[in-house]
Design a protein around this ligand. Structure first.
Ligand SMILES: C[S@@+](CC[C@H](N)C(=O)[O-])C[C@H]1O[C@@H](n2cnc3c(N)ncnc32)[C@H](O)[C@@H]1O
Length: 323
């Protein structure tokens, strides 16, 4: 047990985040204390930023209005970051890494919302305050969701996966339009593809997904296999700009999430294959943003109805090919 007194920063942190009482009843060894000091410094800094932004004098209520980092750490949303939640802090913080670069930018920590053009979303974690974790309907969903959870928690680094809620949104779209033929540009390790495959197993459809990086493609194959969805997925390794020219329509939904300058080319090549009533979904409309020409193309074509969804700092464009 540590005999050393609580560091002053811990008391300062407690003023904002109510950790003092919980911690004072929990002994910490040196290693844990080192972790605690790091976390405390993070919390103090973020607490200060939050207070500066909100001008709130009192402890903010749990959930709505709090920075993304607090929502992420306060797993049970009770307004207190318990010792147990602190022990899980590294995993919780990792979920804020919306762009999967292994680091947390201020915008990812705060998830601050700005209004107007280029607005940032309410949070960057992809975990909104009103939503709950996905609920498995049956054994199949349980299996797939288990693999997705593992990918979400352990494979994000370097794989640039969509945030969790963007994956859920893709599943929702695919299942809602009863898609049979889905095309994905940018497989990575198969996170978004597995979300869509979850829906395609229900609709009786299939996914064709393109990846230029061999290592990520290999990992995706393994993930598809353990999720039990390999039979409905064709993973094509190579440059999608060339490979998509071999595709045949009709396509129900195209999901574009690869090289950002390439979005206009993907749209030009694939839009003619999308069926009337089909969807073109573009990822990263905010950050890292695609070639502005893509936004121009999907917002000025009278054959398309396009809306932008900002559930996190990535941003999704959904374009309906009108009937
Ligand atoms: C943002 S990641 C895709 C993440 C994935 N959709 C997910 O959420 O799991 C983009 C991927 O596109 C791949 N990529 C980039 N340019 C490509 C190209 N020309 N053809 C095929 N894949 C490409 C990259 O190797 C990278 O794995």
């Amino acid at each position: 047990m540590c005999a050393e007194a609580k560091p002053p920063c811990l008391v300062a942190a407690s003023a904002n985040f109510s950790v003092r009482d919980r911690l004072s009843t929990n002994p910490f060894c040196d290693k844990e204390r080192t972790t605690m000091r790091y976390l405390t410094a993070v919390l103090v800094g973020l607490g200060g930023m939050f207070l500066a932004v909100s001008h709130a004098a009192a402890q903010p209520p749990a959930g709505a209005g709090q920075p993304a980092v607090l929502r992420a750490l306060d797993l049970d949303r009770n307004g207190v970051i318990s010792a147990e939640e602190l022990n899980k802090a590294a995993d919780s913080l990792r979920k804020l890494d919306a762009n999967g670069d292994g680091e947390l930018a201020v915008v990812e920590l705060l998830g601050a919302r700005r209004r107007g053009p280029g607005a940032q979303p309410a949070n960057t974690s992809g975990v909104n305050t009103l939503e709950k974790a996905p609920l498995p309907k049956d054994d199949f969903e349980q299996r797939v969701l288990g693999v997705l959870k593992d990918m979400d928690e352990n494979q994000r680094a370097g794989n640039m996966n969509v945030p969790l809620n963007d994956g859920r949104f893709l599943r929702l779209l695919v299942e809602a339009i009863d898609a049979k033929n889905v095309v994905e540009i940018g497989t990575s390790n198969g996170f978004s593809g597995t979300w869509m495959a979850l829906a395609l197993k229900r609709t009786g459809g299939k996914l064709t997904t393109f990846e230029i990086d061999h290592g990520r493609a290999e990992l995706a194959r393994k993930n598809f296999a353990r999720a039990g969805v390999s039979d409905i997925i064709t993973l094509i390794e190579g440059d999608a700009h060339e490979e998509v020219t071999k595709l045949k329509g009709p396509i129900d939904l195209v999901f574009i999430d690869a090289d950002k300058p390439g979005y206009p080319d993907y749209l030009t090549k694939l839009l003619p294959l999308v069926r009337p009533g089909g969807l073109i979904v573009g990822h990263n409309m905010n950050r890292p943003s695609p070639d502005p020409k893509y936004v121009e193309m999907i917002t000025t074509n009278p054959d398309l109805e396009t809306l932008f969804f900002h559930m996190n700092d990535a941003g999704i464009a959904v374009s309906l090919k009108k009937r």
